[in-house]
Design a protein around this ligand. Structure first.
Ligand code: AP5
Length: 217
């Protein structure tokens, strides 16, 4: 199955992507994670992306699209994938459609995680991520009192772009550039809106329910 997750910063895309990709045994491809790995690895790609990420702006399309094309060309993505954080504007969505059609493929579904702005700010201010396994935690909701991952023992870190002023800017960028994708995929007939408030398990249940008809098809 080929899936895209869309939603504002902090909607829970990364959190849900972990569960959905593992349930369907498909790779989870997060452009944010790939950029962050390149920034910490000090690569040329990371150097190009960092200044945009630090401000909360989108990394230029030519950089992002080339990176996604490379990743989707890998063997494990041939029969399915879950994209988290791409596409993020209409030109990226049009390019993805064209890229997939070159490979005789198409997206099956786009899941839009719907959540209000106040909840997003609350979620991002408490987010911590594991340096070792990438698991996402929340200081309050997961009652994390130490900076150690309960799953693998790795150290947890707070993302630089989770400072409140950068979060507010990321939300503006989302409204201006990414929100139009909802109409784009509605017109394509593949959009499913998921209410993303409630517990992580409740949201996963709603997402899997939206995917169920495609799994049995
Ligand atoms: P990216 O990493 O994609 O960031 P984002 O879209 O802003 O999304 P986030 O990762 O902040 O949030 P999320 O929805 O994944 O929420 P999470 O699951 O962590 O992109 C970062 C940057 O990279 C961009 O700003 C841009 O510069 C660049 N970039 C990336 N892709 C690009 C592209 N295609 N083009 C150009 N530039 C690109 O959850 C948040 C917190 O809430 C966690 O602590 C979690 O534990 C908690 N939580 C989740 N669900 C629940 C729940 N149901 N109840 C309570 N808490 C919850």
């Amino acid at each position: 199955m080929r899936i895209v997750l869309v939603g504002p910063p902090g909607a829970g895309k990364g959190t849900q992507a972990q569960f959905i990709a593992s349930h369907l045994s498909i790779p989870k491809i997060s452009t944010g994670d790939i950029f962050r790995a390149n920034v910490s690895g000090g690569t040329e790609l990371g150097r190009k992306a960092k200044e945009f990420m630090d401000r909360g702006d989108l990394v230029p399309d030519e950089v992002t699209i080339a990176m996604v094309r490379d990743r989707l060309s890998e063997d494990d993505a041939r029969d399915g994938f879950l994209l988290d954080g791409f596409p993020r504007n209409v030109p990226q969505a049009e390019t993805l459609k064209k890229m997939l059609s070159e490979w005789d493929a198409r997206l099956d579904i786009v899941l839009e995680l719907v959540v209000d702005e106040e909840e997003v700010v609350r979620r991002l201010s408490g987010r911590r991520t594991c340096t070792k396994c990438g698991k996402i935690w929340h200081v309050d909701f997961d009652d994390k009192r130490d900076d150690i991952c309960d799953d693998c023992g790795g150290n947890l870190f707070q993302r630089d772009d989770d400072k409140e002023d950068v979060v507010r800017h990321r939300l503006e960028v989302y409204q201006e550039q990414t929100a139009p994708l909802v109409q784009f995929y509605e017109d394509e007939g593949i959009l499913a809106g998921i209410e993303a408030t409630g517990s992580v398990e409740e949201v996963t249940g709603r997402a899997l329910a939206a995917l169920a008809p495609l799994e049995s098809a």
